[in-house]
Each structure stands twice: as C-alpha cells, then as structure tokens.
Ligand binder design. Structure first.
Ligand SMILES: *[C@@H]1O[C@H](CO)[C@@H](O)[C@H](O)[C@H]1NC(C)=O
Ligand SMILES: *[C@@H]1O[C@H](CO)[C@@H](O)[C@H](O)[C@H]1NC(C)=O
Ligand SMILES: *[C@@H]1O[C@H](CO)[C@@H](O)[C@H](O)[C@H]1NC(C)=O
Ligand SMILES: CC(=O)N[C@H]1CO[C@H](CO)[C@@H](O)[C@@H]1O
Length: 385
C-alpha cells in the first residue's frame, strides 16, 4: 500500500488573514486536499483482488495516473488561489493606480510621478524620491478622478466642488493637487433641511447652544471647561456644523478647529466667515494632527459611521491619539438608535479606560413619535505609560 503526500506551494498549507476571500481559498484548498486523498485512498484500496498477480506493476501504473490527476488538481488550486487573491485585492482596493490605462488625465500622471531627489538619498530621512499621495480608493473611481484632473493648467478650475466632495466621500482622500485657480466666488448651494436654522445666528436657538441647555443631554460649555480645571486651550470639533461650538469657545479664549464637509450646505465658507478655523475633511481620513495635540475633542452624532462598530473603533483610536493625557472627550448627543447599539457603543468606549466625568443616557421623542436613545458624556483620557 503506498502513501500519497501532497505538496502545496512551499510544502505547507498557508493560512492568511481571516478575510472572506482567503477563508474561501483555505476552504477550497482543504476540500481539495481531502478529496484528492480520498481519491487516492479509494484507488489504492478498491478491488484488492485485482492486485494479485502483478501488484507492483499495476500499483505503479495507478500511481503515475493518480499523480497526474493530483498535479492537475494542484494546478487548478493554484490558479484559483491566484484568481481569488486578485479578487481580494480588487475588493479591498489595494491595487495601485495603473497609469498605463487609457483615458487617464495627463495631469494625474504628472502629479503621481515619482521624482528622484536631485542629490540622491537624504541621509537624515533615508528618502530617495518624492512621492505624491492620493487615496487608494481613488482606484475605484478612476473615471471621476480623471474628470477631476481634466482642467486647463494655469487656467480657472472647473466649478466642480461637488465632484471633489463626491470623491472624498468615496474614500478618495487625499485628492491629488491641481494646477488651476479656484473660483473666488462660490456658487450658491441649497441648505439641507437638517440645518436651516444652524445658519441663523439672530433668531432661533443656534446662538444659545452650549450656553443654555435644552435637556439633560445638553451639557454647557462652562461646566465642561470647569471639569478641565483651566487647562483647556485648544480643541477639535468633529462635524461641527456651522461652527457655533468653536465660536462659543473662542469667546472663552479656547481655539477650536472645526472639521466638516460641505454636505448640502456651505459649512466651510460659513465657519471661515465667522473668523473660525474650518477643516474640510471626512471622518475616514486620519486626523492631520500630531499625537496628544488637543486638550478637548468634541463630537456629536456625526461620529455615527453608518452603524459599523469597527469603523467607530478606528475613529475612537484616532481621537484618543490626538487627545493629550488628562484631556477631555465630549460626546454630545450621540445617536444610538436602540438599546443594543447603546450597549455596544458603551463597551467600545469603556475599553479606552477613560474616567467618566459625565455620562447621561436620555431618550428623545422624534418627529414620528418614536423614542430614540442619545448618549452624552464627558470623558477624561487617562495617563498611560
Ligand atoms: C437647489 O434646489 C433647486 C430645487 O430643489 C434645484 O433646481 C437646484 O439645482 C439646486 N441648486 C444646487 C446648487 O444644488
Ligand atoms: C480672553 O483673553 C483676553 C485677553 O487676554 C482677556 O482680556 C479676557 O478676559 C479673556 N476671556 C476669558 C473668558 O477668559
Ligand atoms: C423616528 O425614529 C424611528 C425609529 O428609530 C425612525 O424609523 C423614524 O424614521 C424616525 N423619524 C424621524 C422623523 O426622524
Ligand atoms: C485507473 C486505472 O488505471 N486503474 C487500474 C489499476 O490497476 C488495476 C489492476 O490492478 C487495473 O485493472 C485498473 O484499470
């Protein structure tokens, strides 16, 4: 009785990260290993009487036949594995941008070209070339990106702010730089229904936000600043709408940078017009600040990244990174659709080990009479060693 040993690649079955595709590859390989072994076992053990007489010769013949089959199967496994790896790459967008494709705007090619440093390798940084960066998901929106990079060099930029924002929302961030002049007078934009009043600084509630509370979930700026015991000088507001948080903080000599996109309204222009610092950045982008830079990070429901908890976790780690030890994280009316979501979010936040200075879970009845759960908290980052 012979034995059949299978060699797969370098002789070991490789198990990659537990992604859908690689587990499919593993499953396929496992299946193949089992079936080929079974096939071999069957071929060797079936009709044992036939082997009497010329066992060696026939077994030998059968073995060469089997090994032919086995190598055929292995080739197929190999091809499928390569195909799946390619699919996985495409799915995750890891493929780098192929500039040899037709219809790629020339400006994009120029921008992305690597430039060797004129004096060779830089001894301090070890860098040998200058690389222009563009978000890897841009690969998935090549048509839009090429449209974005199709302009007249030194001429006026096309009026395409919405195209740029569309690309950013698809993860194409950072966008490539362009060699054209942006329009100085922006085109009118319609205001979203969510924010009709947030631009009204005369009537309505906007001016009283953070100074007068509407409910127990609304904390007041002065109360929160008191928790920071005078050490709050610079803050970061995530999804800060029209910049009112930053305006109130400026009155208290605290500098706050407001990150917002221009979804359905010209938030960035409005914030700048108030003399405040707007940052046009999506939440998928790593915050462009150094570690431990901020005394305070304020975030409202904009933090709700489509219900994906891992996404929220990545975001929380980046918030934690830019917040200094002892700094405050103010979660302001974070919308947790239901109790289950609230528990999941609570678990996620608690893993960071912040001190809960304020923690309020409240319901609010929404427009259609349903009760919705909101979480407001002020948390203090611990000192980690
Ligand atoms: C504003 O809304 C009107 C009607 O809803 C629409 O026709 C127009 O194109 C919109 N303008 C912009 C800049 O989105
Ligand atoms: C802000 O700073 C100015 C100038 O230093 C000072 O006069 C004012 O009292 C400060 N305001 C607050 C609320 O601390
Ligand atoms: C109110 O909440 C319910 C349940 O979360 C939701 O289905 C509905 O769309 C909400 N209505 C409004 C006007 O927000
Ligand atoms: C598939 C195949 O060739 N099987 C052969 C294995 O050996 C026996 C004799 O022992 C043949 O009869 C089979 O045809």
């Amino acid at each position: 009785m012979g034995s059949v040993s299978l060699k797969i690649g370098d002789g070991t079955a490789r198990f990659k990260r537990a992604t859908v595709c690689s587990s499919a590859v593993n499953a396929l390989m496992l299946f193949s290993v089992i079936t080929t072994n079974l096939f071999a076992l069957y071929a060797f053990s079936s009709s044992p009487n036939d082997h009497q007489g010329y066992p060696v010769l026939h077994t030998h013949k059968n073995i060469s036949l089997i090994s032919e089959q086995v190598s055929l199967i292995l080739r197929e496994i190999d091809a499928s594995q390569k195909k799946l790896a390619q699919m996985e790459k495409e799915l995750l967008g890891y493929e780098s941008i192929d500039l040899s494709r037709p219809n790629i705007a020339n400006e994009l090619k120029l921008f992305l070209q690597h430039h060797q440093l004129p004096l060779g390798k830089d001894s301090r940084t070890g860098i040998t070339e200058m690389v222009a960066s563009v978000g890897h998901p841009c690969e998935k929106s090549m048509d839009l990106l090429s449209q974005y990079m199709n302009y007249k060099v030194n001429g006026p930029c096309p009026d395409d702010w919405s195209l740029a924002q569309k690309l950013i929302l698809r993860g194409c961030e950072p966008l490539p730089r362009r060699r054209c002049f942006a329009k100085s007078i922006p085109k009118g934009k319609n205001l979203s229904k969510d924010c009709v009043n947030c631009f009204d600084l005369v009537n309505g509630f906007e001016n009283q936000r953070y100074v007068k509370g509407r409910g127990k979930n609304d904390f007041l700026i002065d109360d929160v600043l008191a928790l920071g015991s005078g050490g709050i000088r610079i803050g970061f507001d995530i999804g800060g709408g029209s910049g009112t948080f930053s305006a109130r903080m400026a009155e208290r000599n605290v500098t706050v940078i407001t990150a917002t996109l221009n979804i359905d309204a010209p938030f960035n222009e409005f914030i700048a017009a108030r003399g405040l610092f707007p940052l046009f950045l999506s939440l998928d982008h790593r915050f462009p600040f150094y570690d431990n830079a901020f005394d305070l990070v304020h975030a409202a429901s904009e933090l709700d990244v489509g219900g994906r908890l891992e996404k929220l976790e990545f975001l929380m780690f980046d918030i934690d990174r830019i917040l200094r030890a002892g700094g405050l994280f103010w979660l302001d009316n974070f919308y947790c659709a239901n109790d289950e979501k609230k528990r999941a979010v609570t678990r996620l936040i608690e893993q960071f080990g912040y001190k809960k200075l304020k923690w309020i879970v409240g319901d609010r009845v929404n427009g259609s009479g349903n009760s919705e759960i909101y979480l407001s908290a002020v948390l203090q980052k611990p000192v980690r060693v």
